[in-house]
Design a protein around this ligand. Structure first.
Ligand code: ARG
Length: 478
């Protein structure tokens, strides 16, 4: 009747759960528990970080008098042997639950029971927190480089659009003329903010948890400041209970990743729209577009669609981690083992998506004739109102005058610039022949010369700011 899984008979064995902690257990782990318990498939990529942390810990134990110089030399050589072994053979058929246990078993295989001294005063709680932070600091450096290359690609696109007009949109309705460069730069400034967020996440990651033990700190006189320096951290965690459970820095990184996702997705949406035949402002290169197996004319902006699509998981990963952390009781809880999948997925997703989008932008170009012909004279309605303002008429009144002129042009099937001077003067007597000068995108752009505006000077100033920020970031990371 029942199709419930059969109860597995517990196998009696004194150290049944493996050498790490099995002694106080009577039977092996239930088969249904094994896969749930495993994190090796996810955390095996942390083996270099684990060995780096282990070498530093061995030296700290040496300085604290726990290991003799001879023992220390042997453990360091053994860990070097483990490095060579993993580099050449991989992890083999390792059955341990996580990478920390694999490295420790391999060390024992290299140096014998002396390997068992390495875990003195250390817990996998502070050990795994240290390894993942080492990974995180490097990941931040990598993500920063990727986003910088996207920014440089957009900077190049902005330069190609410096002297080209583009309709500026609000509500996806044509609003006012801007330089195409002004549009490209709008995305640059968003990604520059992402660089700040990545830098902040790196700073938050650079806190050393090692030396916190399982919860209460370390009973041996390890020099945590020296450990911090050796491992390239910036600070030492100030509280052992907090240190083993603090994953805030991963939230910071995932939030930065989620925001990069928002920005990539918005840029991509623009590219999808602007490369479509309805707009035709941008052409993506063949290398970043695909055709259709059915419709020969199709040229699809797949790089942008995929980047827009990938951003979903970047947002999901942040929510995963926030949900994981919320409601955990004090100290380390096994739930925290789940922190890595979200982190690694965000790093991998960014590593695949950002360079592809950067390549798409680097090889994209504006289609000048389509941009120019998209500048409908209705885009100058505000300039027309401003023309009257300059003649002393209050703006609210000029808004009404131009509104009526727009309606008149629509009724007559004319564009705004085709209305006769008589028709204009009929609405307001201060219109003069020089009003024709209003209908020129470059003039309209040039008068918007305040900081952040779309005049040539204001846009060049933005480009200079971008260059200065980029060289500042480069020197700071050298
Ligand atoms: N693999 C675990 C993690 O990544 C570390 C193991 C800590 N285990 C424990 N029972 N305290 O979080």
């Amino acid at each position: 009747m029942s199709d419930e899984p059969k109860q597995t008979d517990p196998v009696k064995s004194p150290e049944a759960h493996g050498s790490l902690w099995g002694a106080r257990f009577d039977s092996v782990m239930a088969p249904e528990m094994v896969e749930l318990n495993q994190s090796l498939a996810v955390d095996s990529c942390l083996w270099r970080e684990d060995i780096r942390g282990s070498k530093a810990w061995a030296r700290a134990l040496g300085r604290a008098g726990v290991l003799t110089q001879i023992e220390l030399d042997s453990v360091i050589n053994g860990l070097q042997g483990v490095t060579l072994r993993i580099e050449t053979e991989g992890l083999g058929q390792a059955q341990e639950e996580d990478i920390h246990s694999v490295v420790e078993r391999m060390l024992v295989e290299e140096v014998g029971s002396l390997g068992g001294k390495l875990h003195t005063g250390r817990s996998r709680n502070d050990q795994s927190a240290t390894g993942v932070r080492l990974f995180g600091m490097r990941a931040c450096d990598q993500i920063r480089e990727e986003v910088l290359s996207l920014i440089r690609a957009l900077q190049g696109l902005a330069l190609r659009g410096l002297h080209l007009p583009m309709p500026g949109y609000t509500h996806l309705q044509q609003a006012q003329p801007i330089r195409a460069a002004q549009w490209a730069l709008s995305h640059v400034f968003a990604f520059l903010r992402d660089i700040d967020r990545i830098n902040a996440a790196r700073g938050a990651a650079a806190v050393l948890p090692l030396g916190s033990g399982a919860i209460a700190g370390c009973p041996f006189a390890v020099d945590r400041e020296a450990l911090k320096d050796e491992l390239g951290f910036q600070r030492v965690s100030p509280n052992s209970v907090d240190a083993v459970a603090d994953r805030d820095w991963i939230c910071d990184l995932l939030y930065a990743g989620a925001m990069i996702g928002v920005h990539m997705s918005r840029l991509s949406e623009d590219l999808v729209l602007f490369s479509s035949s309805g707009f035709g402002f941008v052409r993506l290169s063949d290398g970043f577009s695909t055709g259709s197996s059915l419709m020969p004319q199709k040229r699809n902006p797949d790089v942008a669609e995929l980047a827009r699509g990938k951003s979903g998981r970047l947002h999901g990963n942040l929510v995963t981690l926030l949900t994981l952390l919320k409601g955990l009781p004090t100290g380390y809880n096994r739930d925290l083992q789940e922190d890595k999948e979200a982190l690694f997925d965000t790093c991998n997703t960014l590593g695949i998506t950002v360079p592809a989008l950067a390549g798409g932008i680097r090889t994209a170009d504006f289609v000048a004739e389509n941009l120019e012909s998209a500048i409908d004279t209705q885009l100058f309605a505000t300039d027309l109102a401003d023309y009257l303002v300059k003649k002393g008429i209050p703006f609210r009144e000029t808004h009404g005058v131009v509104g009526r002129l727009v309606r008149l042009a629509e009724e007559k099937g004319l564009s705004l610039s085709e209305l006769s001077i008589d028709a204009l003067q009929n609405e307001h007597e201060v219109f003069e022949k020089d009003v024709v000068e209003v209908f020129d995108w470059e003039r309209s752009a040039e008068v918007r010369d305040t900081i952040g505006g779309t005049s040539l000077r204001a846009v060049q100033e933005q480009l200079e700011e971008v260059s200065a920020r980029l060289s500042g970031i480069e020197t700071a990371t050298e």
